[in-house]
Design a binder for this molecule. Structure first.
Ligand code: NAD
Length: 505
């Protein structure tokens, strides 16, 4: 990757076309701006200037996308898995070819520092390759033998599905959800977040380049309340995969009720990182800092509640304060930047409102708490640490989704467990201890879909990814993704030795 100036000039080049022409939809194999379409400005978080106009999709646009996905489904479903595998690998190759463009466009669109976005294309390509390799076997289910019968299961793709993604890491999340849907044999209508639509258009272009047949992949831009709502209500859509806020999950469940949509939700979190006195101090400190301040704290699995045991509390908090003060906040395209601007001024205001809420509730703003005026008109927040907090405060209960950490002290393992579980969310939990027995006990009892012991969030594509409680429904990864995108059919065959019940003979 180039230096800051090099990144800026390359990004300008890649972004020019979004200034020059309205970003439309990708429907049935064509980029389309419907005549007379309403548009909205897409702003860059770096200085809130416009990156161009984007079409605000209507119910008619959604209908066109859903019909295209419905019409394309039978041929895509019946394409041999080995052929889908080839196409999806080709897709991954094309992602890698456009890695620089994807990273720079994504950084400018959603404010994530380039140091974290550099790997976006590789990770997106890995999502495609992983599920491409599984495509040929996706239909195979289990053989379940009984004495007098043999059962076997077959899986078949559900049909057209909706994929609705958020703005925090839009490219990565779109590939994570769409790759398994396509590998399973479903067709897709994707609605990216209105605050970060650009990388979704790059993906749509790649789908065209890769030879994914028209209608198999469709993208509709627009707002959740209009385009998103119409998509989740459309009768052709058999399932909705959402990554977003918990409240959005509730809306979609209601919207999809009449057509009995299958839903998969990856939602919000207020994830605890629990650091015991016997933890490896430096490794735990590194991970605590990384898991809340990387990706601007706009990360579902961020450890936004630090539960710190009293024996090391003062020492750990002092070290943490130094690290948080030293974080480099700056322009997303500057390779030195560790924390970039928040996605949108509205989200920035929401995050800033928690500074006063913390003080009113009695917490101490130990570091940060202010706007970085010196960085100009972008949405720059100084990385913030709240101390002297307890778990009843709003800063310990609500998902802030910014570079903001709430530290809470505890004395015993039992107390740590009680605090960790005293939340409506249950996405992930992080446990730092040198005691294996305690790690196992805590891993067993912390209520979350994913637990990492002595580690930051470590990705493994075959492992189940998802949340408990208000953090989600369903799991992604490995075969779990296929369970969602496919219908399972059991076939039971008699060995002709069992007694068939006799009536009326
Ligand atoms: P959001 O819920 O506001 O929006 C997500 C998507 O849903 C957007 O595309 C939006 O347009 C759409 N949407 C909104 N209302 C809708 C409706 N009524 N019908 C249909 N679609 C609708 O979320 P966001 O603010 O974009 O993203 C941040 C949230 O995402 C956070 O809560 C974060 O924790 C969560 N998230 C979760 C995971 C996970 O894996 N659990 C990963 C990343 C982000």
């Amino acid at each position: 990757m180039a230096d800051f100036e090099g990144n800026k000039s390359a990004a300008e080049g890649y972004l020019q076309r979004f200034h020059d022409q309205v970003t439309g939809h990708y429907l049935n194999g064509e980029m389309r701006v419907p005549p007379g379409a309403e548009t909205f400005s897409n702003l860059t978080p770096s200085d809130n200037s416009s990156l161009g106009q984007v079409v605000a999709g209507t119910a008619d646009d959604v209908n066109a996308a859903c019909e295209a996905a419905r019409d394309a489904f039978p041929a895509w479903r019946d394409m041999p898995g080995a052929e889908r595998k080839k196409l999806l690998h080709h897709f991954a190759d094309l992602i890698v070819e456009r890695a620089e463009e994807i990273a720079l466009v994504e950084s400018m669109d959603c404010g994530q520092p380039i140091r974290f976005m550099q790997q976006a294309a590789q990770r997106g390509a890995a999502n495609f390759r992983f599920f491409a390799d599984k495509a040929p076997e996706a239909r195979n289910g289990l053989a379940l033998h009984q004495e007098q019968h043999t059962n076997y299961t077959i899986r078949s793709p559900l049909g057209p599905v909706a994929v609705i993604t958020p703005w925090n890491t839009p490219f990565m999340l779109a590939t994570w959800k769409i790759a398994p849907a396509l590998a399973a044999g479903c067709t897709v209508v994707h609605k990216p977040a209105e605050l970060s639509p650009l990388s979704a258009m790059l993906l749509a272009e790649i789908s065209l380049q890769a030879g994914i047949p028209p209608g198999v992949w469709n993208t509709v831009n627009g707002f959740g309340e209009t385009a998103g709502k119409a998509l989740t209500e459309h009768p052709a859509i058999k399932a909705v995969a959402l990554v977003g806020e918990s409240a959005t999950g509730s809306h979609i469940m209601r919207q999809g009720a009449d057509t009995l949509k299958r839903v998969h939700f990856e939602l919000g979190g207020k994830n605890p990182v629990i650091v015991f006195d016997d933890a490896h101090f430096e490794r735990a400190l590194d991970a605590v800092v990384f898991m809340i301040y990387s990706l601007n704290g706009q990360r579902c699995t961020s450890s936004s509640r630090l539960l710190i045991q009293s024996g090391i509390r003062d020492h750990f908090i002092a070290a943490l304060e130094q690290r948080v003060k030293a974080l480099r906040v700056g322009h997303p395209l500057d390779p030195a930047t560790e924390v970039g601007p928040l996605v949108h001024s509205g989200h920035f205001e929401k995050v800033m409102s928690y500074m006063d809420i913390a003080r009113e509730d009695g917490a101490t703003v130990a570091v940060g708490g202010t706007r970085r005026q010196d960085l100009g008109p972008g949405n720059y927040v100084s990385p913030t640490l709240f101390t002297q907090a307890d778990n009843n405060m709003r800063v310990a209960r609500e998902e802030i989704f910014g570079p903001v950490l709430t530290a809470i002290s505890f004395d015993t393992e039992e107390e740590a467990l009680q605090i960790a579980n005293d939340t409506e969310y249950g996405l992930s939990g992080y446990i730092w201890t040198g005691d294996t027995g305690r790690a196992l006990r805590m891993a067993n009892r912390v209520e979350a879909g994913m637990i990492w012991v002595n580690s930051e969030n470590n990705r493994n594509l075959p492992s189940p990814f998802g949340g408990a409680k208000m953090s989600g429904i369903g799991r992604d990864g490995g075969d779990y993704s296929f369970d969602f995108y496919m219908e399972t059919k059991n076939v039971c065959i008699a060995h002709d030795i069992h007694k068939v019940p006799v009536l009326g003979r």
